[in-house]
Every structure is written in structure tokens, then in C-alpha cells.
Design a protein around this ligand. Structure first.
Ligand code: F6P
Ligand code: MG
Length: 448
């Protein structure tokens, strides 16, 4: 049940795996320690201070393990639901492996689980999220793009007066293309790559205007947008699932898209799948989900915003909360999403989750990490068809239609013609990690 190509590993110097395992992870961990020290300095109860100081010690041990490339040990049993999955995988496949020679995907995920363990075995800090401050802060510096979208989409969606049936169809198709791209490019602001972003950087990454999107469509190197529209336009009151990636602006874009999918009558139910703990820096947890919706309604994150802008954000936030109240939007977080398994193993390792997804009319996976997990993060040729690259999730009985909306930020690339990738390899080194390019790929699955 494995693809025929080798997985990327940290010692592969030609790959982003090497830079990530050797440099990026220690940097991210260092910043996380700074965050906890900040929190420590804000405490006044001795018991809590001592408990948090122990968390910092454990983070330092993890830092040493990374630096000396230690062997991977089992995760300490903190009673959480993912422990059996983790320790089974370590025992079965990766016993004796270290951070650099274990598959990159596994080793990187393992680091985030170890980071969580630093807190999960404490008394007072079990759910502490070392990246929470950073996630909130970046969103509050995203005002321009946030209001660009809210001022346009706060009012309920309506067709132009007197529009004919064919005008309406065209309008729906155009909006679908536009909002799918908003949702796609929302993935460009991932905090694990963009440490120390300026206001200007954020603005450039988040430009959502129509012209800008038309220009960026040519950067979608594997583009199944038309196929996706064909599938979606035939849906009526269906169910769509989002396997979320990043909190803040990306989540906000996902929600703007999901809002339209409901208003257009395409979907009647949207499931959002988040993470149970801080994951790959900026991924969505339940706390991030609640924070976004509540900040839209009650926050004062944007001091320079006009009354109309603030109002538009509130109006949209109110509608989103109403979807939640009515059970049309459902946030959930299965333990499987925070393991080192690729999605080639969903039906085996998390059959309940597979069955749950099998009930969906379309599962949209957001972002780079989800794409790596879909494709086994291996050295597949770039012209490998997407449904072949995702293995069982395309071919198992009951597999739902699966789409990947991903800006390319790591080595694995599939669904892209060989001549396109070789040209970029020759002319634009770094194209696989810059986030400038993207793919929107669809597998029809084998719905039962
Ligand atoms: O560090 C590895 C990685 O998966 C990169 O591929 C990517 O830069 C980042 O982490 C996560 O990106 P995303 O938030 O889009 O999954
Ligand atoms: Mg992410």
C-alpha cells in the first residue's frame, strides 16, 4: 500500500527537507520558547510558574534532540486520543530512526507532537498554544485584504435585477472561480515560512482583487478548476468538507468561500476539520476558530478601520455564527489529522474518519502539508496524475471526490506536465518552495 517512489528525508540535501529539519525547525522552536517566556513573565502564582518553567525545560530538551539528531522515542502517554496512533507508527516503522533519516513528513510532524507533549503532561498548561499570539497578530495586520472581502461579501449574495437564467449561471461560475482562487491563495500566508513579515509583505500576499486573480491563475500549474466547477455546479444542498490548513487570514478566506457555497444553494452543510493542538505553526485549532468568529463580532483588531468596514465584518460574522447555530457549519477535529500518517492510511488507521468523509460530496484539502500527506510526500514525477498520486483515497470503495487547493511550498509536485516542471527546475530554482505557484487538483473518487 505504498507508492513506488522514495519519500523525502531530512538528510536529502537536494530537498527542502534538509533545510527544514536542520534550520527551520530549530528557529521555529526558538521563537516558541520566547513566547512561553513572555507568558511566564506575566504570571504571579508560584505553582503555575514552576509548572510552566518545566514546560520550557522540556522544550529545551527537544531543542537539544533536534540539534544532536537524536533517535525518535515514543510519545509519553498523556491520555490523548492520538497516542496509540503515534506509538504504533513509531514502533512499527520508525523505531531506531532519528530526525534526519526518518521520512521528512513523519519527523516534522513528530516534532510538533513532541512540542505539544512539553505542555500536555503539565498540570496547568495542557492546552497552551505557543503560536497563538503570532496567529492573532498576523490576522490583525491583514486589515486591507480582510475588509476588501468583507465590504464586498457582507451583504447576502443576490443576482443583478432582471438577470436571465443564463446570466445567473455565468455569474455563479465567475464567482466560483474567483472565490476558489481567494481560498487557494489565502494559503500563501503560512507563518512557518514567513517569520518576520512586514505589513507590506502581508498586503502583497493577500491581494484579492479580480485583476490580480486573473493574473495569478496562470500560476496554477495543475488546474482542474473547470472540472471542479462541473462537479460543484451539479450539486444542490450538498455536503462539502474542508480539511483546514492555517488560522487567521486563510481560515477567513475559507469561510468567505464556504459562506458563498451555502448562499448559492450548492451546499447545505459544511464540515470544517481542524487540529487538536498547535500544529505546523499556523494550523487552525478550535481556539483559533472561535477566536476568528468572536473577533469579527466583538473585537477591535483594526484601529484604522472605518465604521462601514467594522460593520461589514460584524454582519458577516453574525451570519457565520448563525450557520454554526443551525448546524450548517460544523467544526470538528479528529485525532488522525495530528499524526505522522499520510492520507494513504486513512481508511486503515482511522476507518471511522474515512467513513465520515465518504459521506461528503466533496472534500477540499487546503495547503501544502495536506498536499504532502495526500501524495505520500515522495519523489513522484511531476506528471503523475493526481488520482494515482493519492492512492487509496482515490481508489478505495466509497472514496469521496477529493480536491487539493495548495500553493506549492515544498518539493513534491504532481498533476503538472513534465515540460513545465523541468523548465521551472532549470530557470527558476526555488519555485517549489516560493508559494508563487499553485495547484488545484481533483480526484472523482469512487463514491458508493
Ligand atoms: O515545513 C514543511 C511544510 O509542510 C512546508 O511544506 C510548508 O512550508 C509548511 O510546512 C506548511 O505549509 P502549509 O501551512 O501550507 O501546510
Ligand atoms: Mg499550515
Amino acid at each position: 500500500n505504498n507508492p513506488p517512489w522514495p519519500a523525502y528525508r531530512g538528510y536529502h540535501e537536494f530537498s527542502f527537507a534538509h533545510e527544514t529539519m536542520g534550520k527551520r525547525l530549530p528557529t521555529i522552536l526558538g521563537k516558541a520558547v520566547d513566547d512561553v517566556i513572555k507568558t511566564l513573565n506575566e504570571q504571579y502564582e508560584e505553582e503555575k510558574i514552576l509548572d510552566l518553567a518545566k514546560c520550557i525545560e522540556r522544550m529545551q530538551t527537544l531543542m537539544d534532540d533536534l540539534h544532536k539528531n537524536a533517535k525518535l522515542r515514543p510519545i509519553i502517554d498523556d491520555g490523548e486520543g492520538d497516542i496509540p496512533l503515534w506509538n504504533k507508527e513509531i514502533a512499527k516503522f520508525f523505531r531506531g530512526k532519528d530526525f534526519m533519516n526518518a521520512p521528512w513528513l513523519f519527523a516534522e510532524a513528530y516534532k510538533y507532537r513532541r512540542l505539544h507533549e512539553c505542555f500536555s503532561i503539565s498540570k496547568y498548561w495542557k492546552d497552551y498554544d505557543v503560536f497563538f499570539r503570532q496567529k492573532c497578530d498576523t490576522f490583525s495586520r491583514s486589515g486591507t485584504a480582510v475588509f476588501e472581502l468583507s465590504t464586498r461579501f457582507a451583504e447576502p449574495f443576490a443576482y443583478e435585477e432582471g438577470a436571465s437564467e443564463s446570466d445567473k449561471l455565468k455569474a455563479r461560475e465567475l464567482l466560483f472561480h474567483e472565490l476558489t482562487q481567494v481560498c487557494l491563495w489565502g494559503n500563501a500566508t503560512d507563518l512557518s515560512l514567513l517569520i518576520n513579515m512586514t505589513e507590506e509583505d502581508i498586503k502583497n500576499l493577500q491581494s484579492t482583487g479580480g485583476e490580480h486573480l486573473a493574473a495569478t491563475e496562470k500560476n496554477i500549474l495543475g488546474n482542474h478548476l473547470d472540472r471542479l466547477w462541473k462537479l460543484v455546479s451539479n450539486m444542490k444542498g450538498g455536503r462539502i468538507d474542508f480539511v483546514l490548513d492555517n488560522a487567521g487570514f486563510e481560515l477567513y478566506c475559507d469561510c468567505v468561500y464556504a459562506d458563498w457555497l451555502i448562499q448559492s444553494g450548492i451546499a447545505n452543510e459544511i464540515h470544517f476539520h481542524g487540529k487538536r493542538f498547535a500544529w505546523f505553526v499556523s494550523d487552525v485549532t478550535r481556539k483559533d476558530w472561535e477566536w476568528l468568529l468572536n473577533s469579527m463580532l466583538y473585537g477591535s483588531l483594526f484601529p484604522h478601520a472605518s465604521d462601514a468596514e467594522v460593520q461589514s465584518l460584524k454582519q458577516m460574522g453574525l451570519r457565520w455564527k448563525e450557520y454554526e447555530r443551525k448546524g450548517q457549519w460544523i467544526y470538528e477535529q479528529h485525532p488522525f489529522w495530528c499524526t505522522g500518517y499520510t492520507f494513504w492510511s486513512i481508511s486503515q488507521e482511522a476507518p471511522d474518519l474515512f467513513l465520515h468523509l465518504a459521506g461528503s460530496d466533496l472534500v477540499m484539502f487546503k495547503g501544502d502539508l495536506n498536499h504532502r500527506k495526500l501524495t505520500y510526500d515522495c519523489q513522484a514525477p511531476s506528471d503523475t496524475p493526481f488520482d494515482m498520486a493519492i492512492g487509496p483515497l482515490a481508489s478505495d470503495d466509497g472514496a469521496p471526490p477529493v480536491a487539493s487547493l495548495r500553493t506549492i511550498k515544498s518539493d513534491v509536485v504532481v498533476g503538472v506536465p513534465g515540460e513545465v516542471s523541468s523548465k521551472l527546475d532549470a530557470e527558476e530554482p526555488g519555485w517549489r518552495i516560493s508559494g508563487k505557484y499553485a495547484v488545484v487538483l481533483l480526484s472523482d473518487g469512487l463514491p458508493g
